[in-house]
Design a protein around this ligand. Structure first.
Ligand code: FMN
Length: 156
């Protein structure tokens, strides 16, 4: 099975999970990049407001085409109990390009279920598996068991 992992990460947490998954699955990796600067306090506030309003952004060009993959695993941080703006944009721009999908996210506390439901709605796909992780689980390397479960679901 040809697998692509497409993710956005503002501060490296979601990136860590994407890279662990890529190693386990032998997948290609697309780091989605925004043309908007979201660094610092200004970037935080802008991102929170954009996410709440479900705004879209302009992304940098992608390296890989999702339609060439059997499975695309999409990863996002949670922003204002929503999916991040770059991932909302990626899914919207490519919404007819996905064969099968799975979703993961990282978050301070909550918002995963709502974001996953919306990701399913935008792609018009039921995910093979979902994985929501707390930031602190990722930082403390306390996510391997959940990651294994997620990978097992993908393979079953
Ligand atoms: C603008 C903004 C809004 C956020 N809103 C939420 C939220 O509603 N719920 C939550 O659990 N975490 C929230 N967080 C925390 C992030 O989801 C969390 O730190 C995540 O792991 C960051 O991932 P990253 O390092 O890949 O960017 C928010 C972070 C940012 C920057």
């Amino acid at each position: 099975m040809k697998i692509l992992i497409a993710y956005y990460s503002r501060t490296g947490t979601t990136k860590k999970i994407a890279e662990s998954l890529a190693e386990k699955l032998g997948a290609d990796v697309e780091e989605i990049k925004d043309t908007v600067n979201r660094n610092g306090i200004k970037g935080y506030l802008l991102s929170g407001r954009d996410a709440m309003k479900k705004n879209l952004t302009k992304l940098e060009a992608s390296k890989f085409s999702p339609k060439e993959y059997d499975l695309v695993i999409i990863g996002t941080p949670i922003w204002s109990w929503n999916l991040s703006v770059p991932i909302r944009t990626y899914l919207t721009d490519n919404n007819d390009q996905f064969s099968k999908v799975a979703f993961f996210c990282t978050m301070g506390g909550s918002g995963d279920e709502k974001a996953f439901a919306e990701m399913a709605e935008i792609t018009n796909q039921k995910p093979l598996a979902t994985l929501g992780l707390k930031t602190r689980e990722v930082v403390k390397d306390n996510f391997l068991e959940k990651l294994e479960e997620f990978v097992e679901k993908l393979n079953s």
